[in-house]
Design a protein around this ligand. Structure first.
Ligand code: PGA
Length: 251
Protein backbone atom coordinates (compact mmCIF):
# COMPACT_ATOMS: atom_id res chain seq x y z
CA UNK A 1 0.00 0.00 0.00
CA UNK A 2 1.23 3.46 -0.85
CA UNK A 3 2.44 5.11 2.33
CA UNK A 4 3.67 8.49 3.39
CA UNK A 5 7.18 8.25 4.77
CA UNK A 6 9.61 10.74 6.26
CA UNK A 7 13.06 9.21 6.61
CA UNK A 8 16.11 10.84 8.16
CA UNK A 9 19.47 9.81 6.76
CA UNK A 10 21.97 10.76 9.44
CA UNK A 11 24.97 9.83 7.28
CA UNK A 12 28.26 9.87 9.26
CA UNK A 13 26.93 12.17 11.97
CA UNK A 14 26.06 11.84 15.67
CA UNK A 15 27.92 9.87 18.30
CA UNK A 16 26.10 7.63 20.75
CA UNK A 17 25.16 10.38 23.17
CA UNK A 18 24.09 12.78 20.42
CA UNK A 19 22.02 10.06 18.80
CA UNK A 20 20.27 9.41 22.12
CA UNK A 21 19.43 13.09 22.47
CA UNK A 22 18.12 13.37 18.93
CA UNK A 23 15.88 10.33 19.31
CA UNK A 24 14.60 11.64 22.61
CA UNK A 25 13.75 14.94 20.95
CA UNK A 26 12.02 13.35 17.98
CA UNK A 27 9.99 11.07 20.25
CA UNK A 28 8.83 14.01 22.27
CA UNK A 29 8.20 16.10 19.17
CA UNK A 30 5.98 13.54 17.44
CA UNK A 31 4.10 12.37 20.50
CA UNK A 32 1.01 14.34 19.61
CA UNK A 33 1.54 14.64 15.89
CA UNK A 34 -1.42 14.24 13.59
CA UNK A 35 0.80 13.10 10.77
CA UNK A 36 0.07 9.57 9.63
CA UNK A 37 3.46 9.27 7.94
CA UNK A 38 5.89 6.53 8.83
CA UNK A 39 8.88 8.04 10.62
CA UNK A 40 12.24 6.45 9.89
CA UNK A 41 15.72 7.30 11.14
CA UNK A 42 18.97 5.91 9.75
CA UNK A 43 21.84 6.30 12.24
CA UNK A 44 25.29 4.87 11.58
CA UNK A 45 25.85 1.14 12.14
CA UNK A 46 27.43 1.61 15.57
CA UNK A 47 24.38 3.40 16.89
CA UNK A 48 21.69 1.10 15.48
CA UNK A 49 21.37 -1.11 18.53
CA UNK A 50 20.87 1.78 20.90
CA UNK A 51 18.54 3.54 18.45
CA UNK A 52 16.30 0.48 18.25
CA UNK A 53 16.08 0.19 22.01
CA UNK A 54 15.30 3.86 22.35
CA UNK A 55 12.71 3.91 19.59
CA UNK A 56 10.62 1.14 21.12
CA UNK A 57 7.17 2.30 22.20
CA UNK A 58 7.27 5.05 19.61
CA UNK A 59 6.41 5.14 15.93
CA UNK A 60 10.04 5.65 14.98
CA UNK A 61 11.47 2.90 12.76
CA UNK A 62 15.19 2.35 12.45
CA UNK A 63 16.96 1.84 9.12
CA UNK A 64 20.55 1.09 8.15
CA UNK A 65 22.36 3.27 5.63
CA UNK A 66 23.99 0.41 3.74
CA UNK A 67 24.85 -3.31 3.91
CA UNK A 68 26.97 -5.88 2.12
CA UNK A 69 25.46 -8.24 -0.42
CA UNK A 70 27.11 -11.43 0.87
CA UNK A 71 25.53 -13.64 3.47
CA UNK A 72 28.64 -13.68 5.65
CA UNK A 73 32.37 -14.18 5.33
CA UNK A 74 35.73 -12.52 4.98
CA UNK A 75 34.68 -8.98 4.16
CA UNK A 76 36.48 -6.88 6.74
CA UNK A 77 34.55 -3.84 7.82
CA UNK A 78 31.25 -4.87 6.28
CA UNK A 79 27.81 -5.63 7.72
CA UNK A 80 25.38 -8.26 6.42
CA UNK A 81 21.62 -8.17 6.02
CA UNK A 82 21.04 -10.82 8.68
CA UNK A 83 23.14 -8.85 11.18
CA UNK A 84 20.72 -5.99 10.65
CA UNK A 85 17.53 -8.01 10.99
CA UNK A 86 18.95 -9.74 14.03
CA UNK A 87 19.24 -6.34 15.70
CA UNK A 88 15.67 -5.48 14.82
CA UNK A 89 16.38 -3.26 11.81
CA UNK A 90 13.67 -3.67 9.18
CA UNK A 91 14.73 -1.17 6.52
CA UNK A 92 17.95 -0.51 4.63
CA UNK A 93 18.88 2.43 2.41
CA UNK A 94 20.65 1.28 -0.75
CA UNK A 95 22.17 3.16 -3.65
CA UNK A 96 22.54 6.54 -2.01
CA UNK A 97 24.45 8.85 -4.34
CA UNK A 98 27.30 9.11 -1.81
CA UNK A 99 27.66 5.31 -1.92
CA UNK A 100 27.55 5.42 -5.70
CA UNK A 101 30.07 8.24 -5.94
CA UNK A 102 32.59 7.65 -3.12
CA UNK A 103 32.35 3.86 -2.84
CA UNK A 104 31.87 2.99 -6.50
CA UNK A 105 28.54 1.29 -6.02
CA UNK A 106 27.16 0.74 -9.48
CA UNK A 107 23.76 -0.56 -10.55
CA UNK A 108 24.86 -4.20 -10.94
CA UNK A 109 26.23 -4.29 -7.39
CA UNK A 110 23.12 -2.56 -6.09
CA UNK A 111 20.93 -5.17 -7.76
CA UNK A 112 22.78 -7.82 -5.71
CA UNK A 113 22.39 -5.81 -2.51
CA UNK A 114 18.66 -5.42 -3.17
CA UNK A 115 18.35 -9.20 -3.59
CA UNK A 116 20.23 -9.88 -0.36
CA UNK A 117 18.07 -7.37 1.52
CA UNK A 118 14.80 -8.81 0.23
CA UNK A 119 15.93 -12.35 0.93
CA UNK A 120 16.34 -11.26 4.54
CA UNK A 121 12.96 -9.59 4.60
CA UNK A 122 14.32 -6.07 4.81
CA UNK A 123 12.47 -3.22 3.18
CA UNK A 124 14.69 -1.27 0.80
CA UNK A 125 14.80 2.47 0.28
CA UNK A 126 16.33 2.46 -3.19
CA UNK A 127 17.99 5.79 -4.05
CA UNK A 128 18.77 7.11 -7.48
CA UNK A 129 18.95 10.44 -9.28
CA UNK A 130 20.79 12.36 -11.93
CA UNK A 131 23.92 14.50 -11.75
CA UNK A 132 23.80 18.18 -12.65
CA UNK A 133 25.38 17.53 -16.08
CA UNK A 134 22.65 15.01 -16.85
CA UNK A 135 19.98 17.58 -16.19
CA UNK A 136 21.78 20.28 -18.12
CA UNK A 137 22.10 17.98 -21.12
CA UNK A 138 18.47 16.90 -20.66
CA UNK A 139 19.48 13.32 -20.02
CA UNK A 140 17.93 13.15 -16.57
CA UNK A 141 14.96 10.98 -17.51
CA UNK A 142 17.18 8.51 -19.33
CA UNK A 143 19.64 8.31 -16.42
CA UNK A 144 16.89 7.68 -13.89
CA UNK A 145 15.28 5.06 -16.11
CA UNK A 146 18.59 3.21 -16.46
CA UNK A 147 19.22 3.28 -12.71
CA UNK A 148 15.80 1.77 -12.08
CA UNK A 149 16.12 -0.78 -14.84
CA UNK A 150 19.56 -2.01 -13.85
CA UNK A 151 19.03 -1.85 -10.11
CA UNK A 152 15.49 -3.16 -9.75
CA UNK A 153 13.87 -4.51 -12.88
CA UNK A 154 15.16 -8.03 -12.40
CA UNK A 155 12.69 -8.27 -9.50
CA UNK A 156 9.32 -9.92 -9.65
CA UNK A 157 6.19 -7.87 -9.18
CA UNK A 158 5.61 -9.25 -5.66
CA UNK A 159 8.93 -7.90 -4.42
CA UNK A 160 7.85 -4.33 -4.88
CA UNK A 161 5.75 -4.40 -1.73
CA UNK A 162 9.14 -4.18 0.04
CA UNK A 163 10.63 -1.43 -2.13
CA UNK A 164 10.46 2.29 -1.45
CA UNK A 165 11.89 4.56 -4.14
CA UNK A 166 13.84 7.71 -3.31
CA UNK A 167 14.49 10.14 -6.13
CA UNK A 168 17.44 12.29 -5.13
CA UNK A 169 18.86 14.58 -7.79
CA UNK A 170 22.56 14.67 -6.91
CA UNK A 171 22.78 18.42 -7.53
CA UNK A 172 20.25 19.01 -4.75
CA UNK A 173 21.88 16.87 -2.05
CA UNK A 174 23.50 18.88 0.71
CA UNK A 175 23.79 21.87 -1.59
CA UNK A 176 20.90 23.93 -0.30
CA UNK A 177 19.54 23.81 -3.81
CA UNK A 178 16.22 21.97 -4.03
CA UNK A 179 14.41 20.68 -7.05
CA UNK A 180 11.33 22.84 -7.42
CA UNK A 181 8.10 21.11 -6.42
CA UNK A 182 7.24 21.05 -10.12
CA UNK A 183 10.55 19.42 -11.06
CA UNK A 184 10.04 16.83 -8.33
CA UNK A 185 6.48 16.11 -9.44
CA UNK A 186 7.53 15.86 -13.09
CA UNK A 187 10.18 13.25 -12.27
CA UNK A 188 8.02 11.35 -9.80
CA UNK A 189 5.22 11.08 -12.35
CA UNK A 190 7.78 9.85 -14.90
CA UNK A 191 9.03 7.23 -12.40
CA UNK A 192 5.51 6.04 -11.63
CA UNK A 193 4.93 5.83 -15.38
CA UNK A 194 7.98 3.59 -15.84
CA UNK A 195 6.81 1.41 -12.97
CA UNK A 196 3.41 1.13 -14.60
CA UNK A 197 4.87 0.15 -17.96
CA UNK A 198 7.06 -2.50 -16.37
CA UNK A 199 4.86 -3.89 -13.60
CA UNK A 200 1.32 -2.59 -14.14
CA UNK A 201 -0.97 -0.05 -12.55
CA UNK A 202 -1.36 -1.80 -9.22
CA UNK A 203 2.37 -1.81 -8.45
CA UNK A 204 2.81 1.73 -9.78
CA UNK A 205 0.02 3.10 -7.61
CA UNK A 206 1.12 1.23 -4.51
CA UNK A 207 4.78 2.19 -4.48
CA UNK A 208 5.95 5.10 -2.33
CA UNK A 209 8.26 7.54 -4.08
CA UNK A 210 10.21 9.83 -1.75
CA UNK A 211 11.99 13.01 -2.76
CA UNK A 212 15.39 13.84 -1.30
CA UNK A 213 17.71 16.81 -1.67
CA UNK A 214 17.76 19.82 0.65
CA UNK A 215 14.28 19.28 2.05
CA UNK A 216 13.76 21.63 4.99
CA UNK A 217 10.84 22.93 7.04
CA UNK A 218 10.50 25.90 4.70
CA UNK A 219 9.98 23.88 1.52
CA UNK A 220 8.65 20.53 2.76
CA UNK A 221 4.95 21.33 2.66
CA UNK A 222 4.97 22.42 -0.96
CA UNK A 223 7.05 19.47 -2.14
CA UNK A 224 4.89 17.00 -0.19
CA UNK A 225 1.73 18.53 -1.61
CA UNK A 226 2.55 17.16 -5.06
CA UNK A 227 0.45 14.12 -5.97
CA UNK A 228 3.32 11.76 -6.80
CA UNK A 229 5.57 12.76 -3.90
CA UNK A 230 4.91 10.39 -1.00
CA UNK A 231 7.43 11.76 1.45
CA UNK A 232 11.07 12.63 1.82
CA UNK A 233 14.53 11.32 2.51
CA UNK A 234 16.06 14.02 4.64
CA UNK A 235 19.77 14.60 5.26
CA UNK A 236 20.93 17.80 6.94
CA UNK A 237 17.55 18.78 8.35
CA UNK A 238 17.15 15.35 9.97
CA UNK A 239 20.00 16.16 12.35
CA UNK A 240 18.03 18.85 14.16
CA UNK A 241 15.06 17.81 16.25
CA UNK A 242 12.86 20.82 15.49
CA UNK A 243 13.53 20.70 11.76
CA UNK A 244 12.88 17.00 11.44
CA UNK A 245 9.69 17.20 13.48
CA UNK A 246 8.53 20.20 11.43
CA UNK A 247 9.11 18.21 8.23
CA UNK A 248 7.11 15.27 9.63
CA UNK A 249 4.30 17.65 10.46
CA UNK A 250 4.42 19.12 6.96
CA UNK A 251 3.23 15.93 5.35
P1 PGA B 1 20.17 16.68 2.26
O1 PGA B 1 20.50 15.13 1.98
O2 PGA B 1 18.76 16.71 2.78
O3 PGA B 1 21.18 17.12 3.24
O4 PGA B 1 20.28 17.35 0.92
C1 PGA B 1 19.55 14.26 1.48
C2 PGA B 1 20.13 12.89 1.31
O5 PGA B 1 21.33 12.77 1.04
O6 PGA B 1 19.42 11.88 1.46
Amino acid sequence: MRQKIVAGNWKMNKNLEEAKQLIKGIKKGIKNTESDARVVIAPSFVNLNSAIKRSKKSKIEVAAQNMHQAKEGAFTGEVSASMLTNLGVNIVILGHSERREYFNEANDLLAKKVDAALKNNLEVVFCFGEQLEDRKSENHFKVVETQLKEGLFHLKKESFSKIILAYEPVWAIGTGETASPEQAQEMHAFIRGIMEKQYGTEVANAISILYGGSVKPANAKEIFSKPDVDGGLIGGAALKTEDFVAIINAI
